[in-house]
Design a protein around this ligand. Structure first.
Ligand code: HEM
Length: 445
């Protein structure tokens, strides 16, 4: 391999080089398919497909019209760190033409302001301290129930909503909760298929939009009634209060619609991505044999188990950005308007960036000092569009990992494999949890 990781036998494909600069090298990559589609194994398992192509073409290659993969951590860091300026989020939302109300994420300035307000540390130690014991209680009951009935994907999603939803809206219940679940459940299966019908043709898109509209209307009513009854002398007790209290020079910083959409996006991610994280944690306990070293505290071990789970099974396994300007990566120039793809899972499993063999599931790797090269571990993304749920998610998952220390997890679904939608979730996920102090999660001398 050359210094930029290019493999031998690269097949030049002139899809995304800069014409303006004259003699730039064509990007390597597989021969183009009809309609510029990516290779046919991409829809089945996008990350395995990209790993195969990286072996053939190196660290930067084109794999379909306007699609370029980048496989070096420092490039991923640049792409993510420059989001909102030199790179733009690929739109995950329905196209503007079919949206009934503009989405807050389309307005980057407002979205970034709501993100700043939503930071976990702004929620205050008080809320965190009051919330974590509740989260623990919910998860404990959830795991106890799993002694009698198997846990499925939707159970993980719902316990997350019940345990941590109160951080966002303390009175999230009844009709509002049901509408949120319906909208979130319809969001995921949109998937990352490269063959999608146009939005105006897709019944699925219209169902999603209707479910989303119904939830936003319910949230709007809730936000309006909270705004009307909000006593400014009382400290904020959830994210909804924080967003209502935020002020700029002209008064309230956010409209009711901004607030409703910010809440819906956070709750949707909590339910879907957080639920997937919890399912992967359980699946990893069922599939791998590991034990806490005697000298390691429960707290440190829980943290290591969660880090290793998100390394080996990151729910957000692939993301992309659109380049605003031409940009050089190694020996190649990628033109503006191309989507550059970054796979946290590929970085997490590439032995070049890891001190210990990344093909092994080994939480103990995280007890050492220098575990990986900089920017090679990206479960929550990076830069201005990094996950806002990172602290909540870690609090929930570390609590769950601690509760699993001393329990056994059994899975009847065979080897652990991902199911690919917009996020990766364990395929045919179904586990049981039992209590067994002596068995697999023993302390290792
Ligand atoms: C295991 C759990 C989770 C993982 C692995 C995860 C991962 C990620 C990643 C990688 C991104 C960035 C995607 C990109 O750069 O294209 C992201 C964005 C986001 N996440 Fe999470 N997430 C998790 C849980 C949560 C939770 C619990 C919440 C809410 C409480 C949440 C809220 C968000 C939001 C709102 C964004 C969009 C940020 C933006 O566009 O500015 N996530 N998440």
């Amino acid at each position: 391999m050359s210094s930029d990781g290019r493999g031998a036998g690269a097949n030049p494909v002139p899809v995304s080089t800069s014409g303006a600069r004259g003699s730039v090298q064509p990007l390597p990559g597989p021969a183009p398919r009809p309609f510029g589609l990516p290779p046919d194994d991409f829809d089945r398992d996008p990350v395995a497909s990209l790993a195969r192509l990286r072996g053939e073409y190196g660290d930067v290659y084109a794999f379909g019209a306007g699609k370029v993969a980048l496989a070096r951590p420092e490039w991923a860091r640049w792409v993510l760190a420059h989001t909102n300026r030199e790179t733009l989020v690929d739109p995950p939302e329905p196209p503007r033409a079919v949206q009934r109300r503009g989405l807050v994420r389309d307005n980057v300035e407002t979205w970034m302001a709501t993100k700043r307000t939503a930071q976990w540390h702004r929620l205050g130690r008080d809320i965190a301290e009051r919330t974590v014991p509740g989260i623990r209680l919910h998860l404990e009951q959830f795991l106890d129930r799993a002694e009698h009935a198997a846990i499925r994907m939707r159970d993980c999603e719902r316990v997350l909503l019940d345990a941590a939803g109160a951080i966002f809206i303390r009175d999230l219940e009844g009709d509002l909760r049901a509408k949120m679940i319906r909208a979130a459940a319809l969001l995921i299966p949109q998937g990352m298929s490269s063959i999608a019908p146009p939005a105006w043709l897709s019944l699925w898109t219209h169902r999603r939009i209707r479910a989303n509209d119904a939830m936003i209307e319910a949230l709007l009513a809730h936000v309006a009634s909270r705004r009307a009854s909000r006593n400014p002398d009382e400290p904020p007790s959830d994210l909804l209060d924080l967003l209502l209290d935020a002020r700029d020079d002209d008064g309230p910083a956010f409209t009711d619609l901004d607030v409703a959409q910010t809440l819906s996006i956070n709750l949707g991610n909590l339910y879907t991505v957080g639920g997937a994280g919890l399912a992967w944690l359980l699946a990893a306990h069922g599939a791998h044999d590991f034990a806490r070293p005697e000298t390691t505290s429960r707290e440190d071990w829980a943290r290591a188990v969660v880090k290793e789970t998100l390394r080996a099974y990151p729910p957000v396994a692939l993301t992309s950005r659109v380049l605003v300007e031409d940009r050089e990566f190694g020996d190649y120039t990628v033109s503006a308007d191309n989507s550059v793809f970054i796979s946290p899972l590929l970085f997490h499993t590439d032995p070049r960036w890891w001190r210990e063999d990344p093909s092994r599931f080994d939480p103990a790797r995280w007890l050492a000092d220098k575990v990986h090269e900089p920017h090679a571990y990206l479960p929550y993304g990076a830069g201005p569009r990094m996950c806002t749920g990172v602290h909540i998610s870690n609090a929930v998952l570390e609590t769950a990992a601690d509760l699993l220390d001393g329990r056994t997890v059994t899975s009847r679904s065979g080897p652990i494999k991902p199911q690919w939608d917009a996020i990766a979730r364990p395929r045919r996920f179904r586990v049981r949890v039992g209590r067994d102090e002596s068995a697999r999660h023993r302390v290792r001398p």
